[in-house]
Design a protein around this ligand. Structure first.
Ligand SMILES: [Zn+2]
Length: 253
């Protein structure tokens, strides 16, 4: 086992409890599996998490490596299955070219290049990009511009609708380019939504819109906040789960 003890450099000191992050490995059916080990003074038990970022182990500060190794060994089958699941969900590497598929509102669209046109338009299951070149960077720029444009219109329309339902003022919608967040709600009423979200199905977009608008009612994640969300979307938990599970499909570009 190649786990290394946390070094002083790993420590994040201050008022926060001590924690340390390191990369480790263990052998699973003859294959070396890398994982992130996060030790924390606050943690009382060892936890295993698997998502698109791989395996993460949370451990109490003083947990011995053999205790961690034993837990990994006793969950070997579960870990192998989960890692395979995530692997299968990962889309193949994307190449910007005619014939490639992009998602919009949960539907796959095939890219077509049309030198005779100057605009990008959707026709049924195709997205026709008005460019005379198949240069991947130019193609990407056109498609992202179309997605952002579509996102702005869609988000504003949905936010207007749900603002009426929640009886809050319709917020100003700005597009964000964040890598790790779908939305942010500022106390002054501005709502930022990630343009990539337009790739997800409308039901999942609605969850993010309602979540951010509900913050105009409750600026926290208290039970009262979730009560507001549930009052609009009784099945919000399923939507949130689906968004978490499928996020990797909607992180184009
Ligand atoms: Zn929130």
């Amino acid at each position: 086992m190649a786990a290394r003890r946390p070094s002083l450099l790993d420590f994040m000191r201050g008022n926060a409890p001590l924690q340390a992050v390191s990369r480790c490995r263990f052998m699973l059916s003859g294959t070396a599996i890398e994982y992130t080990l996060k030790r924390s003074q606050r943690r009382r038990s060892i936890t295993l998490t698997i998502d698109e970022n791989g395996l993460r182990v949370g451990a109490p500060w003083r947990a011995t490596q053999s205790r961690i190794d034993n837990l990994l060994a006793s969950h070997a089958r579960w870990i192998a299955r989960k890692l395979t699941d995530w692997q299968a969900r990962r889309p193949p590497p994307f190449t910007w070219q005619a014939g490639a598929t992009v998602m919009a509102l949960g539907e796959p669209l095939t890219l077509e290049v049309d030198a005779a046109s100057k605009i990008t338009t959707r026709c049924g299951k195709c997205l026709t990009v008005g460019t005379g070149t198949d240069d991947p960077d130019i193609l990407a720029r056109h498609v992202v511009a179309w997605l952002r444009d579509t996102a702005q219109g869609w988000f504003e329309q949905r936010a207007g609708h749900f603002a009426r339902v929640l009886d809050v003022r319709a917020p100003t919608i700005r597009l964000s380019n964040a890598r790790t967040r779908w939305g942010t709600c500022h106390p002054d009423g501005r709502v930022l939504l990630n343009w990539r979200l337009i790739q997800a199905p409308p039901a999942l977009i609605d969850y993010v819109v309602v979540h951010e608008l509900a913050h105009l009612r409750e600026p926290n994640h208290s039970p009262r906040f979730w009560h507001w969300v549930a009052s609009v979307l009784p099945d919000y938990k399923e939507r949130r789960l689906a968004l978490r599970r499928d996020a990797i499909r909607y992180l184009l570009a």
